[in-house]
Design a binder for this molecule. Structure first.
Ligand code: ADP
Ligand code: MG
Length: 337
């Protein structure tokens, strides 16, 4: 089953993350598959708690102590990430794959200058001089739209605004020209106009550098503009994956349609609203988890949803539902009150 495309830079098959908790095992990520080719952008969408961050941390080898991911395949450019040693992962990170986090202060060290932090990875990983690393830092600060770049090098993170810190984070992630960048809700902490600017910037830099990118975002407008492929996560599973055009033209899982507001769910939000507006709660993923996790909120739920859920695929577009059309044929057009 583990067929993975030759030209993928990242292939993941059956990634599973179980977390031991006081009340039992939390099945936080449950057998997800995806591939990414060089230069492609995959957007992962899904509401809070669906396992998006754990998935990216697993790829980066950054899951916390005591959390061990399992996968049939987790391969980056021919390197088996499931068996790679800590040292090898450390040298991959920052050099060939890097991550941008939601909150820059979790990755910027308040005790070091911007310049030291920007040049550190390059000095560790690259065969380079201090002067060359400094020049690269200035170049990237300019690229991410920071003025007076040179004078920023001697500043400390607390001297910068949130927007500038996020730009510094992006510059830092790009220092070694990685092949893969993972951006986990990189702009959520910023105000809306700055969010748009920064995402555009990220996309432009990605194109220019030919990087593959995984972008985790809550904003479907961003997905439509930026993604080549979309993966919709719910309750630790990928409920639907496909090319962006396919997902928007023919959203097939009821959850995806709920996100896109194509189906009349109770209390539905306005078109274009942010994710997480579908009423109801995600079932516990602790202990024995069976059936479709979305059934507690799905307008089409029936007893069969408690059993095994088949996967329906049409080329690269795939989804899981007991109904081969995801009940799309039963959706009623919206009735005006
Ligand atoms: P997302 O990024 O989609 O919001 P996460 O990947 O952060 O979701 O988390 C998925 C689930 O795993 C959530 O229920 C979260 O509470 C849980 N989780 C994440 N990290 C840990 C951890 N270190 N210990 C216990 N539970 C965790
Ligand atoms: Mg997250």
């Amino acid at each position: 089953m583990s067929h993975t495309p030759q030209d993928a830079i990242l292939s993941v098959r059956n990634l599973t993350i179980d977390i031991p908790t006081d009340t039992g095992t939390l099945h936080a990520v449950r057998g997800i598959d995806f591939d990414l080719k060089p230069g492609q952008t995959l957007c992962i969408v899904g509401e809070s708690g669906s396992g998006k961050s754990l998935t990216s941390l697993a790829v980066m080898g950054l899951l916390g102590r005591g959390i061990k991911p399992r996968a049939d395949v987790m391969r980056f450019d021919g390197i088996d990430l499931t068996t790679a040693r800590k040292r090898q992962l450390r040298s991959l990170r920052g050099a060939r794959m890097s991550m941008i986090f939601q909150e820059p202060m979790t990755s910027l060290n308040p005790a070091y200058t911007i310049g030291d932090q920007l040049t550190e990875a390059m000095l560790i990983h690259g065969n380079t001089t201090r002067d060359a690393a400094r020049a690269r830092a200035i170049e990237l600060l300019q690229k991410v739209g920071i003025t007076a770049a040179e004078s920023r090098l001697t500043q400390y993170p607390h001297q910068l605004s949130g927007g500038l810190r996020q730009r510094v984070m992006i510059a830092m992630a790009l220092m070694c020209s990685p092949d893969l960048i993972i951006a986990d809700e990189p702009t959520t902490a910023l105000d809306v106009t700055i969010q748009a600017q920064i995402l555009r910037l990220l996309k432009d830099l990605q194109r220019e550098m030919g990087m593959a990118m995984i972008l985790i975002t809550h904003d479907l407008g961003v997905v439509a503009r930026i993604a080549d492929k979309v993966a919709v996560m719910y309750g630790g599973e990928l409920v639907e994956t496909g090319d962006t055009a396919q997902i928007f033209a023919k959203p097939s899982h009821p959850y995806t349609r709920g996100l896109l507001n194509c189906i009349p769910l109770p209390g539905r939000a306005e078109r274009g609203a942010k994710l997480g507006t579908i009423p109801g709660i995600v079932p516990s993923l602790v202990g024995d988890v069976q059936g479709c996790a979305f059934r507690t909120r799905c307008p089409h739920a029936r007893p069969a949803c408690r059993g095994d859920i088949p996967r329906h695929a049409d080329g690269d577009h795939a989804f899981r539902c007991i109904d081969p059309q995801g009940f799309a044929h039963t959706d009623q057009p919206e009735v005006q009150p």
